[in-house]
Design a protein around this ligand. Structure first.
Ligand SMILES: [Zn+2]
Length: 218
């Protein structure tokens, strides 16, 4: 059974959902960069303040800083027992750093799972999101619409679309991800540890596929 895993996939591919399911089933921790970064920002740590500065100025987070951050985060895990990395690495530089780091810990990446979803479906998943202004319930006008247009089933509040979820913003986000991740996919493909999964299917069938992939002995 493979237990040293990296999860890759564009926004809207279901990385968080799949990561949570796998983590529970395999009994290994899900280490999500998004959650970790938010935690640092909330707790106003040195890392958090720097992250905040970088996001507010709209700059990219430099690889070196990201690598330092992950060395700090990963040091609190017993990595040999297993892990699912979600949201890291994002670049080849980060992947190379990770290789070195994990080699030292005798916990090298065994399997990289890429959640592949076609562009139009991703756009619908993200731009279809509507959130209730009053209670925060989340809908999707394509996949899980409210009973009455623009009205919350739960509380009758008004449903709104966040700025981040507007079609143009969503398209841009997906394009940037796919473009910047291509070299990373090639990097893992060359190593023979990349496995792509059709993640446009239901969460349950994607989960079954991923579980089988971790069982694969070759
Ligand atoms: Zn509501």
């Amino acid at each position: 059974m493979k237990k040293h895993l990296v999860l890759l996939g564009p926004p809207g591919a279901g990385k968080d959902t799949q990561g949570r399911m796998l983590s529970k089933e395999l009994g290994i921790p899900l280490i999500s960069s998004g959650d970790l970064v938010r935690k640092e920002i909330n707790e106003r740590t040195d890392f958090g303040l720097r992250f905040k500065e970088l996001t507010e100025s709209g700059s990219l987070v430099p690889d070196e800083f990201m690598n330092d951050f992950f060395a700090h985060v990963l040091s609190s895990y017993d990595l040999r027992k297993g892990y699912i990395l979600n949201g890291f690495p994002r670049t080849v530089n980060q992947a190379e750093f990770l290789d070195e780091y994990l080699k030292e810990k005798d916990a090298e990446v065994e399997l990289v799972l890429f959640l592949d979803v076609d562009f139009d479906t991703l756009v619908k998943r993200l731009s279809g999101r509507r959130v209730c202004k009053s209670c925060g319930a989340v809908y999707n006008i394509y996949f899980s619409p409210p009973k009455v247009d623009s009205i919350c089933d739960v509380c009758g509040g008004e449903l709104v679309q966040r700025e981040d979820d507007k079609v143009e913003a969503v398209k841009k986000r997906i394009e940037v991800y796919l473009e910047s991740t291509k070299p990373l996919l090639d990097f893992y493909k060359k190593r023979g540890i990349l496995k792509s999964c059709d993640a446009s299917k239901s969460p349950e069938s994607v989960n079954r596929y991923l579980l089988e992939a971790t069982n694969d002995c070759d």
